[in-house]
Design a protein around this ligand. Sequence first.
Ligand SMILES: *Cc1c(COP(=O)(O)O)cnc(C)c1O
Length: 232
Amino acid sequence: MSDSIITRYQNVKNRVHQACLDANRDPESVQLLAVSKTKPIEDIQILSKNGQKSFGENYVQESLAKIEICPDLEWHFIGPIQSNKTKPIAENFQWVHSVDRLKIAQRLSLQRPTDLPPLNILLEVNISEQASKAGFSPQEVLEFAPQIAALPNLNLRGLMAIPQQADVLEEQRKPFAKMHQLLKQLQQQYPDWHLDTLSMGMSGDLEAAIYEGATMVRIGTDIFGARDYSKT
Ligand SMILES: *Cc1c(COP(=O)(O)O)cnc(C)c1O
């Protein structure tokens, strides 16, 4: 088993590297986040021994148990956030990708322990404007970003999206290109902020995301194998 996870991990790293070359980008400009939700701590430890240091988690209870065992890894919260769960997230993670409303940002700032560095956050954008999906609309990003950037214990680093799935590369690229435009607009408007992160691209569309400027890709299935939710 451990062989296959290492092989899959290497394959994903190779894909990221090749996509950077194809897009004329520095391979160092894209960070790989290993999405370990529902996967056992042993898998995380194997990857950690092979050089992977940042992991993404979606469920608070599950992630706290893992963070307790591996406190020295870099932990990113990427799942939907209920407002009554912000405290453990503010206390235990270095990054939150899924900030989808002002209230969540305010609570995370209030609950971030002041002896820790500011919590790195990304605003989740509902870039495909799907009624069923969380996230700010692009217009709301521009409207709320100043208030969120002003919160004392947060460091607004950029944007995150999970676009509607598409099979063809050309279709996959469109929402990612919109995300890149939106980040550029913010960067131009607010050159003093630390806006350096575009979190987009998953197992099925990482190449398209890297073409369009992703700086962080979030990969679960193609590293860890398919998730079995019946066991959780
Ligand atoms: C589960 C998840 C991923 C990983 O998706 P895969 O298709 O398994 O690579 C990435 N981002 C978010 C927000 C997720 O919830």
